[in-house]
Design a protein. Sequence first.
Length: 115
Amino acid sequence: QEQLGESVGGSGQPGDPLRLSCVVSGFAFTQYSMGWFRQAPGMERAFVESIRPSGTTFYTDSVKDRFTISRDNAKEGVYLQMNNLLPEDTAIYYCAVLRSNGNVFGQGTQVTVSS
């Protein structure tokens, strides 16, 4: 059974950087795409970035040139480097394994950006 554990998020001011980590177990990590999603207050959970086993990445336009997803297959970890944070990045961030029969999400971690 898949287990995903996100690092503690945090708070920052606009323009700050923040890095999220997610360590996984219970499945063949190297065979699956991994992703980050987020849910802002009052909104549906939404896609942020994903990374294939090959390293190919995809992102939503609002984080272009600011967020970078990466993975370490040896450590079975996936990471989200967030730079130049904006107040609208405030959300609960979820790590996910992307499966054809439905994504599996971690418990989520809060990121708050405010001045």
